[in-house]
Design a protein around this ligand. Sequence first.
Ligand SMILES: [Zn+2]
Length: 54
Amino acid sequence: MVSDKVTWETCPACEGAVALGWVEHTVTEIDCAAGCELTDTHRESVRHSATPPA
Ligand SMILES: [Zn+2]
């Protein structure tokens, strides 16, 4: 795990929880809690809607 912080957003595939790992204000990991295989399009949309950790 290289991320400093984790935030939670809505998974674009299943509308469950998706974990975002952050290093400073850059998303380094996106993992759906339900195990969805996220496409690049899904990852982009999560990244765009994500709020960086304080
Ligand atoms: Zn999902």
